[in-house]
Design a protein around this ligand. Structure first.
Ligand code: NAD
Length: 526
């Protein structure tokens, strides 16, 4: 994870922040700073004495200054936060922008045993057990905002540091208003408990029945002393994306007693993510949700970005909201049973990412495409991570698609028109239609945006290599006529995403109608 540069460890007294910080820093090759030590240095006295001699407000002010100094460092730092830092109203949101907040935790009894008499810990008083219980209640809302929750019971500090380092080294951070991590690695689902807010006592897993076994195993992992989990399995695909299905799922969440601190987990492809996300966004005006994508399309594209939707009679995704998940868990081993057509078709979005993103994602796609097509797990992991990194970067800068996020619609103008013409669920599938749309948008880019023909020839060769060579049985005129009905058209005129070259997309282009028909004909004939 590259941005932001710092890690901030938070947690109740005894959770291990001070011990783990230097161990984690060592593994990441960073520096570590302990805020309590800094405050002691600044004030020239131990924390407990500062509390009694100077009072809590003064101590907290010093704590804030020390944290600001640490966060301003140019080199990456692991910071062990004083507990009071995040207890301050609104502090967690500020800290999240500058650092990845990781919460360490253990049951109260274990924390109490670790802190012993509570000596040197002014907040714990004479009865640490009771005080811990209160502190937990006070700080739970802040702790719930962390990017990662690490259970430390039964683990040595070194094991904890190693687990955090392994997670951070393989995750992608999405810098939305409330940031979250996309975990991309084999067996990432085994750690599902670390991605859910600790306050979530009830979990509803909304799953595609095709991956019911994955959902059941996940629910078993989630259930514990303080947590229940129920699985609601429904048929996946477009039939899941209906208002009526969302309504039934909402009733089931209510039957399960889900409340505002609880959590929904979506397990399935883009269709389940879209409907489960809408349920999470609307249940009690919004509860936390975590996505576990099980198709390549969902891992490389749809699970990141918080777009949720159901279809209406007149078209796809016509009713929905933006609601970002708390975490996305991409475990490429879940793709093992995915049918070949769905697998291949997702490469349209992968090639698209490389064409609009350029740079790193283009390099990874060019180097790893062949191995990934052969389902090599490491190549798939690298490819998914590169696509998620691009999507995170784009979505983080434009959460609600008011500007740059539209670049991700490259190829979709014609793609959607083809899907509408050939009927949803018949003819070309979504990826095949987008691949065709990219060929048309590519041909148009050469004419309308001076894109080098070689870049588009390369794009088309990549699509060929993926077996995405399907052409719709429609005429160029029919496709052109359909373009004006697209959701993203304005006043019946399509707005194109074109390429000035690979990695340099331009949005909102109104193209000359003759050039549009020629480009579509070229794509049909190729
Ligand atoms: N929210 C977004 O940003 C976004 C982006 C792109 C696409 N989408 C939406 O995503 C949907 C398409 O998603 P998709 O391509 O993931 O397909 P999907 O969810 O429709 O699933 C396709 C089929 O694969 C099955 N399946 C899922 N996982 C499987 C597995 N691991 N093994 C075997 N079978 C499995 C499903 O049951 C279904 O029959 C569309 O509705 C599209 O609108 C959303």
């Amino acid at each position: 994870v590259s941005d932001p540069r710092h890690v901030l460890l938070v947690g109740l007294p005894g959770s291990g922040k001070t011990t783990v910080a230097p161990l984690l820093a060592e593994r990441l090759g960073w520096r570590s700073v302990d805020i309590d030590d800094e405050v002691e240095r600044r004030l020239g006295m131990p924390v407990a004495q500062a509390f009694t001699d100077l009072g809590e407000p003064r101590f907290r002010a010093e704590e804030r200054v020390a944290a600001e100094v640490a966060l301003a460092a140019a080199d990456p730092v692991v910071i062990a936060a004083g507990g009071g830092l995040i207890a301050q109203r609104g502090a967690i949101e500020l800290l999240q922008r500058r650092a990845m907040v990781v919460c360490l935790d253990a049951p109260d009894a274990e924390l109490a045993a670790r802190v012993g008499s509570g000596e040197g810990r002014p907040l714990l008083g004479a009865t640490p057990g009771v005080s811990l219980h209160h502190l937990r209640a006070q700080r739970s809302a802040s702790h719930d905002q962390a990017l990662l929750y690490v259970a430390t019971a039964g683990r040595t500090p070194t094991e904890v540091a190693e687990a955090i380092a392994a997670t951070l080294n393989t995750a992608v951070r999405v810098g939305t208003a409330r940031p979250y991590l996309v975990h991309v690695r084999a067996a990432a689902v085994d750690e599902i408990g670390s991605y859910l807010p600790p306050s979530a006592r009830r979990v509803v897993v909304i799953a595609d029945e095709a991956v019911g076994a994955v959902a059941d195993a996940l629910a078993v992992r989630l259930r514990g002393r303080d947590r229940t989990a129920v699985v609601l399995a429904i048929p996946g695909g477009e039939p899941a994306k209906q208002w009526a299905v969302a309504g039934r799922l909402l009733e089931r969440c209510s039957d399960a007693g889900l409340d505002r601190d609880d959590c929904i987990v979506a397990v399935g492809g883009g269709s389940i993510g879209d409907v489960a996300g809408l349920v999470a966004a609307t249940y009690m005006r919004g509860v936390a949700w975590v996505v576990v994508p099980t198709t390549l399309l969902a891992m490389a594209d749809s699970a990141v970005g918080g777009k949720t939707a159901v279809n209406l009679r007149r078209g796809k995704n016509l009713a929905g909201v933006f609601w970002q998940p708390r975490a996305v868990v991409c475990d490429p081993s879940l793709l093992a049973g995915l049918p070949e057509r769905s697998f291949r078709s997702a490469f349209a979005e992968v090639v698209k990412s490389s064409m609009v993103g350029g740079g790193h994602v283009a390099e990874v796609v060019d180097r790893r495409l062949e191995a990934a097509l052969g389902r090599d797990p490491e190549a798939l992991t690298e490819l998914i991570r590169a696509c998620c990194t691009l999507k995170a970067e784009v979505v983080g800068g434009d959460e609600r698609e008011l500007g740059r996020r539209a670049i991700l619609n490259y190829g979709h103008t014609v793609g959607h028109a083809v899907e509408a013409l050939t009927g949803l669920g018949t003819g070309l599938d979504h990826g095949e239609a987008v691949a065709f749309g990219m060929r048309a948008a590519g041909a148009l880019s050469v004419v309308e945006a001076d894109c080098p023909a070689g870049d588009i020839a390369h794009q088309d060769a990549l699509l060929d290599a993926c077996g995405l060579t399907q052409r719709p049985r429609v005429s160029a005129a029919e496709v052109a006529a359909q373009l004006g009905s697209d959701k993203k058209a304005r006043a019946g005129v399509a707005r194109w995403v074109l390429l000035r070259r690979r990695g340099d997309p331009v949005t909102g282009i109104v193209a000359e109608p003759g050039a549009v028909r020629t480009a579509i004909s070229a794509a049909l004939a190729a």
